[in-house]
Write a protein that binds this ligand. Structure first.
Ligand SMILES: [Zn+2]
Length: 384
């Protein structure tokens, strides 16, 4: 018998048509379909009551660390994935080529959340501590990179953590190597920025369309995208104009309300929202992808914008054709969530506080048409 589902009674947030409207979402055999087709042709339909929650394509978090037990910071993928309304997570460089098979077997293949990866350009990834680019001998070579990218569809690109504690004395050299690999393989680089060396003025000009700058809105003294006269660095503007994506990558030390507030005043370039969640920032300051979205909502971005920042925008940048969309025939990953009227004091990585009056919370998570997580938010919502 065909497996058909209709999600009804929800406010559908469609990141592509940029509309929020009350309507139904149809799913047949794990793929989106026009609900009227199901009603006419399929005998039994399983109805999911959205209970007036928002209904969006499954959320994507493009910067996480889920190599649990093999790195010092790994967290369980489902803990920050489906249990928090996130259907696809991308591990950002926890694994290099040396441990990829283990990562695939232990994490990707055992999680209910879809787990994809940016492969660290260091062969060791984060399995040998956090200074993985201090020795140039540890860089993945071209032949091994070609081989693994040819066979592993779950690897989306390369990760290069370009800050002083990671590169030590090698400076910009690891990124020069990453650029060569990226150009030969035609895959993007996610670059992390932080304290120099290398300088942000050395890093940004090396990036091309489709590459991603994570920790883009950090608040460190040096290497910020914002200059002392509160405008974007010329190198950052050039980057955005070339089609490089800026990404939040909140993390323990890499998201500042002040930096984003300055950016928001003058610039409209969209950016993706990711958490950089791992075991050490899970409780605070990050919490979850939705909490990160609540912070950005609190700075004045619209609900549609923060949903696009975790669905259509990262999906398009990373050429994920099955994710971030309600297009008929694509995989039915769905995130149901509430935006609750609730006062909360949220903090960024600098310890600055923001009072918000609304918070985004997960209700139901659906993967390939099936419910994989339900919180009690729907019951509470109905009861008040
Ligand atoms: Zn990270």
């Amino acid at each position: 018998m065909l497996e058909a589902t209709i999600i009804r009674n929800g406010y559908v947030v469609d990141p592509e048509s940029a509309k929020i409207e009350k309507k139904e979402v149809g799913i047949l055999e794990g793929k989106f379909i026009d609900p009227s087709i199901i009603k006419g042709k399929v005998g039994y339909v399983n109805y999911i009551d959205a209970k007036e929650s928002y209904v969006a394509p499954g959320f994507i978090d493009i910067h996480t660390h889920v190599f649990k037990d093999y790195t010092y910071l790994g967290i369980a993928a489902d803990e920050i994935g489906i249990n928090q309304g996130v259907t696809t997570i991308v591990d950002a460089g926890s694994t290099g080529i040396e441990h990829y098979e283990v990562f695939k077997r232990k994490i990707m293949n055992t999680s209910k959340t879809e787990v994809l990866a940016f492969l660290n350009i260091s062969k060791k990834g984060l399995c040998n501590g956090g200074a993985e680019l201090a020795n140039l001998e540890d860089l993945m070579d071209m032949a091994e990179a070609e081989k693994i990218f040819e066979t592993e569809a779950s690897i989306l690109g390369l990760k290069a953590r370009m800050s002083s504690s990671v590169v030590k004395d090698t400076g910009i050299k690891p990124l020069i190597h990453a650029r060569k690999l990226s150009d030969a393989l035609n895959v993007p680089i996610m670059v992390h920025i932080g304290n120099p060396p290398p300088l942000i003025e050395e890093i940004l000009p090396m990036l091309k369309k489709g590459d991603i700058v994570t920790h883009a809105f950090h608040g460190k003294q040096k290497n910020r995208i914002i200059t002392s006269n509160q405008t974007l660095l010329p190198a950052a503007i050039d980057c955005l104009n070339r089609g490089v994506l800026f990404d939040v990558g909140h993390g323990s030390a890499s998201f500042s309300f002040k930096t984003l507030a300055v950016y928001k005043k003058k610039y409209q370039y969209p950016f993706s929202i990711s958490s950089d969640l791992h075991i050490k920032n899970y409780n605070e300051p990050v919490g979850s992808l939705m909490q990160t979205m609540s912070k950005i909502r609190g700075l004045g971005y619209s609900l549609l914008e923060v949903v696009q920042a975790v669905t259509s925008l990262p999906a398009k940048t990373l050429q994920l054709n099955e994710q971030g969309t309600f297009a008929y025939g694509t995989r039915a990953d769905v995130t149901l969530f509430y935006e609750k009227e609730k006062s909360a004091r949220l903090i960024d990585s600098e310890g600055d506080a923001l009072m918000v009056e609304k918070v985004i919370e997960p209700y139901l998570t659906i993967r390939e048409g099936r419910k994989v997580f339900e919180s009690n938010a729907g019951t509470i919502q109905n009861g008040n």
